[in-house]
Ligand binder design. Structure first.
Ligand code: DAT
Ligand code: MG
Length: 153
């Protein structure tokens, strides 16, 4: 089965009207959207999403930011999608991110960074389970998948 990753279009990205731009980049790349939810993340859930950063100096601010306004949470699927999505997002902050990446093209903050993407297969599985029940992830075939991926999908 192709890999899956959790992507969050964060509060700053929604407020800056950039959600469509981000979705468009992943669509055009050829990733398959298999789940999506527009919601406001509770402080408790934000703590779970960023549990690995608990104790770091920026943790409380990060939790406050992620739960401050609505987000769009998505699951995207493709071979090696975890690494590809993170490459497309760029370095953690727009200040350092290369032009051509999402963070590099749309941000210059050292605090807000528009998007979240899972960083490993383990965190992807864990993060997807935080937001979606198995029956909320849609199983279907893109009609152009042979053209997108070759015949090896
Ligand atoms: P990434 O989002 O690139 O995976 P990360 O997992 O290291 O980055 O950190 C999670 C989030 O925490 C990141 O999106 C923004 C915030 N963050 C990371 N390092 C920070 C720092 N030094 N100061 C403030 N916020 C930080
Ligand atoms: Mg991370």
């Amino acid at each position: 089965m192709a890999e899956r990753t959790l992507v969050i279009i964060k509060p700053d990205c929604i407020q800056r009207h950039l959600a469509g731009e981000i979705i468009g980049r992943f669509e055009k790349k050829g990733f398959k959207l298999v789940a999506a939810k527009f919601m406001q993340i509770s402080e408790e859930l934000a703590r779970q999403v960023y549990a690995v950063h608990q104790g770091k100096p920026f943790f409380e601010g990060l939790v406050k930011f992620l739960s401050s306004a609505p987000v769009l949470v998505m699951v995207w699927e493709a071979e090696a999608v975890i690494d590809m999505a993170r490459k497309m997002m760029g370095a953690t902050f727009g200040y350092d991110a290369e032009p051509g990446t999402i963070r590099g093209d749309f941000g210059c903050s050292k605090g807000y960074n528009l998007v979240h993407g899972s960083d490993s297969a383990e965190s992807a599985e864990q993060e997807i389970n935080l937001f979606f029940r198995p029956d909320e992830i849609v199983d279907y075939k893109l009609t152009d998948s042979d053209w997108l991926y070759g015949k090896n999908d």
